[in-house]
Design a binder for this molecule. Structure first.
Ligand SMILES: Cc1ncc(COP(=O)(O)O)c(C=O)c1O
Length: 468
């Protein structure tokens, strides 16, 4: 970790250590190493409080699609702030930015939807999805149909229910999760989970068969819905194999199980298509989205709700007297105005076309990493990718988790002026702002290759391959 003056008593770093509890951080290490204090941003770059420049190779948390200095979004926020800085949608109220954003999202949706429900973040949107499914099935008089299926290595958030959907050990361990009623099915990562000699088509067929047996063993009448990211993000940038979603959806349809595409990362151009679902031939009933919807300048998320689900929920709320769900800041008018402007900019400046034009360069540099002795698989599409570091390329043997090889690589990259993300299993993620240029892509991978060389030297020096 690049320490930044944590020892100076009044430094920002020292004050951070004293007062801030960090998300997704080793809290013991943090008190020694201190934070990286990010002070400002410009384009794809951010700068720390020592003035050092970093390429933000993850667009923050897969979200700042327009980079870190888009004046038009700032102007949209200021304009709405001046007019009406806050209002809500409870009890029949609304605001123009919310109505316009709902119209826009419906027009963009990859599948026909009836209504749009707004929340503040991806977790809130996915949590809402679960609640809508439960409420819907109660409204239809089938209270036993409640189980939600998600996948091993899927990531859907951190609330009690969405951390339960998430299929990653760190989100469950010692949090007493997952809760009952949420079950995990196979991860579609061919590189990791195919059997020896199994073709991609056979792998897909096996996953579909496994899903069907699982539904049968649970009892089809008890299984309500399935949620999946088109590309798994935090689980390690896992791309589904060809034909995966159609095969899985055929099973879901057979048992009247609703589906949701969690487009929180993939939505709005990340894969080179507007939606990840389009890229992978997934035709979900629901869509949840956030992050790039506002280029992350303000928090906002949405659930796109199919008409038949909405109408059952509407009728039930009429009987109960209210639809008892909603967030104080869900559909915040300033966030909605910024999201509307972001979606406009993506179209006006042909950002989606830009992603498609520069993606070949991104993928060429990414795939070149696979020649490195540490990289077992380099995978990606559009402007999202990952390099999976392994101890032995031939056997795909991973390093011992305690060796911290991915974290070491991330720290070397940081020293080289590149922010990337090390995920479980020593998978290094790349997800730069969508405005990145070809020469900036080269700079990103040049910095990463230097970090990888330093990681390789460190692995050898520590003897980590044999120790694994
Ligand atoms: C696919 C996906 N879904 C949901 C979430 C949760 O979003 P949030 O952190 O805004 O609650 C994330 C966050 O990274 C995500 O990647």
């Amino acid at each position: 970790m690049t320490a930044h003056t944590p020892n100076l008593p009044n430094s920002m770093a020292a004050r951070d250590i004293a007062h801030v509890m960090h998300p997704y951080t080793n809290l013991v290490k943090h008190e020694v190493a201190g934070p990286l204090v990010i002070e400002r941003g410009k384009g794809i770059y951010v700068y720390d409080d020592q003035g050092k420049e970093y390429i933000e190779g993850m667009a923050g948390l897969w979200c700042a699609g327009l980079g870190f200095s888009e004046a038009a979004l700032v102007d949209a926020a200021i304009e709405q702030m001046r007019k009406l800085p806050y209002y809500h949608g409870f009890g029949h109220k609304t605001t123009a930015p919310v109505v316009e954003l709902a119209e826009k999202l419906k027009s963009l949706s990859p599948v026909p939807v009836g209504k749009v429900f707004f929340a503040e973040g991806g977790s809130g949107a996915n949590d809402t999805f679960i609640k809508l499914v439960w409420y819907y099935n109660n409204a239809l008089g089938r209270p036993q149909k409640k189980t939600i299926l998600s996948r091993v290595k899927g990531y859907h958030g951190v609330t009690v229910a969405t951390a339960s959907l998430t299929g990653l050990p760190a989100n469950h361990r010692d949090f007493d999760l997952p809760i009952a009623g949420i079950k995990h099915v196979d991860c579609p990562h061919y590189y990791r989970f195919a059997e020896p000699g199994e073709s991609e088509a056979d792998f897909v067929a096996r996953l579909a068969r496994n899903l069907e047996s699982f539904i049968q063993s649970e009892g089809p009448d008890t299984v309500a819905a399935f949620i999946a990211e088109p590309i798994m993000g935090a689980g390690g940038v896992v791309l589904p194999p060809e034909g995966y979603f159609p095969a899985i959806q055929a099973v879901l349809k057979k048992y009247d199980i609703l589906s949701a595409a969690d487009e929180v990362i993939c939505g709005f151009g990340r894969t080179g298509k507007l939606w990840g679902a389009e890229r992978f031939n997934y035709k979900p009933d629901f869509v949840t989205c956030a992050k790039q919807m506002s280029s992350a300048y303000l928090p906002i998320s949405a659930v796109l709700v199919p008409e038949h689900v909405y109408s059952a929920i509407r009728d039930n709320s009429g009987k109960i007297g209210t639809f008892g769900h909603g967030f104080t800041y869900g559909g915040h008018p300033v966030a909605a105005a910024v999201a509307l402007r972001a979606l406009q900019i993506y179209e006006e400046r042909d950002v989606y076309g830009h992603v498609n034009r520069i993606s070949p360069r991104f993928l060429a540099r990414l795939k070149r990493l696979a020649d490195h002795p540490l990289v077992g698989e380099a995978r990606g599409t559009g402007l999202i990718g990952a390099a999976e570091l392994v101890a032995d390329k031939a056997t795909k043997r991973s390093f011992a988790p305690a060796a911290g090889v991915g974290a070491a690589c991330m720290n070397f990259a940081q020293e080289e002026g590149l922010i990337i993300r090390a995920m479980a299993g020593d998978v290094i993620g790349f997800c730069p702002p969508m405005i990145i240029t070809e020469s900036e892509i080269d700079a990103l991978f040049d910095r990463f290759e230097r970090a990888l060389a330093r990681t390789e030297a460190w692995v050898a020096q520590q003897g980590l391959r044999s120790a694994a």
